[in-house]
Design a protein around this ligand. Structure first.
Ligand code: NAI
Length: 340
């Protein structure tokens, strides 16, 4: 305990006196001992903007924290369990909260099949965020993202602390898959292949805008196959893992990248990334959340970009997306109404 207190003290001092105080952040990971949580914690430890890493899980978090804390980077890592107010301690003072808590898919399951278990896990963690870190930027990884983000929003609203600019569904894995898969089609480097992916994060709600990529020429069966692979790429991993879960390593990389984009933006250098946010784009059609390119800044989601010109093919994908997305969002909202 003494050690933890001293570390926190030094961290507070560093924040207070360092000339680069704007780049010192406390990040809390809830679900840190899981398949995503562990590699994500490692990657966050390697991020020099993270000065205080708080790892919380129902089990195993102190072990993960002890392990990660030996990685030679100058930050404090502390593990917390539910006992002794662990969740409150992990969240207090957090600038950013990343939530990968919840069960993953098994073969044959859709993300919506996770709803019954994960909805209440996310609701309860959101309550704690509202109580102990009401100003934190909250990044939701737990599936189904299309419903868990609205759940967090409803909980924070009920506590009077909801700021739509501070809540994000992490859809970065879809973006990274799109870059990787298009690079495989074209024999190029994925880092040279930005692809905007909009909509939501499951099946047909994932809409890659290939017409806006470097390769608007991709068409016919190649376009069908590429689009399908981006929409259902997660299934490849679920099948290959054969009951042992879904994407964890690539997801950790995706979440670490999005967290870094946010921290970079909070520090004053805006970054634009697709992410699932409370969005004006289709509110008139009753769709409160939508992923599109968002410019991040010190207050969070500062500019939500329009989709821009899309092809007829993509227009159809967006129509199909909207039907499912609307239902997924309504399901999340109804869950909190019925199970506050
Ligand atoms: P996992 O089962 O390996 O780990 C989940 C962790 O959450 C476990 O350590 C568990 O103890 C913990 N947990 C459960 N309830 C908790 C609570 N109330 N408080 C704190 N911790 C709690 O699962 P994995 O593979 O890490 O996946 C986590 C979630 O991420 C799943 O819902 C999965 O579907 C989702 N996911 C999201 C992706 C995305 O692109 N947004 C991609 C891949 C997975």
């Amino acid at each position: 305990m003494v050690l933890i207190a001293r570390s926190s003290f030094f961290n507070a001092q560093r924040r207070a006196f360092s000339s680069s105080a704007a780049t010192a952040y406390k990040v809390a990971v809830l679900g840190a001992a899981g398949g995503i949580g562990q590699p994500l914690s490692l990657l966050l430890k390697l991020n020099d903007k993270v000065t205080d890493l708080a790892l919380y899980d129902l089990r195993g978090a102190p072990g993960v924290a002890a392990d990660v804390s030996h990685v030679p980077a100058n930050s404090t890592v502390t593990g917390y369990l539910p006992a002794d107010g662990g969740l409150e301690k992990a969240l207090t003072g957090a600038d950013v909260v990343v939530i990968p808590a919840g069960i993953p898919r098994k073969p044959g399951m859709t993300r919506d099949d996770l709803f019954n278990t994960n909805a209440s896990i996310v609701r309860d963690l959101a309550k704690a965020v509202g109580d102990y870190a009401p100003k934190a930027f909250t990044l939701i990884i737990s599936n189904p993202v299309n419903s868990t983000v609205p759940i967090v929003s409803e909980v924070l609203k009920s506590k009077g602390v909801y700021d739509p600019k501070r809540l994000f569904g992490v859809t970065t894995l879809d973006v990274l898959r799109a870059s990787r898969f298009i690079s495989q089609v074209k024999g190029t480097k994925p880092e040279d292949e930005p692809v905007t992916v909009v909509g939501g994060h499951s099946g047909v709600t994932i809409v890659p805008l290939i017409s806006q990529s470097n390769h608007p020429d991709i068409s016919g069966e190649t376009l069908d196959a590429l689009t399908n692979r981006i929409q259902f790429g997660g299934d490849e991993v679920v099948k290959a893992k054969d009951g042992a879960g879904s994407a964890t390593l690539s997801m950790a990389q995706a979440a670490a990248r999005f967290t870094n984009s946010l921290l970079t933006s909070l520090s004053g250098t805006p970054v634009t990334e697709p992410t699932f946010v409370d969005s004006p784009l289709f509110k008139s059609e009753g769709i409160e959340f939508f992923a599109s390119k968002v410019t991040l800044g010190p207050s969070g989601a500062e500019t939500i970009h329009e989709l821009g010109a899309v092809s007829e093919y993509e227009e159809k994908l967006i129509e199909a997306c909207k039907v499912d997305l609307k239902k997924n969002i309504a399901k999340g909202v109804a869950f909190v109404e019925q199970n506050p």
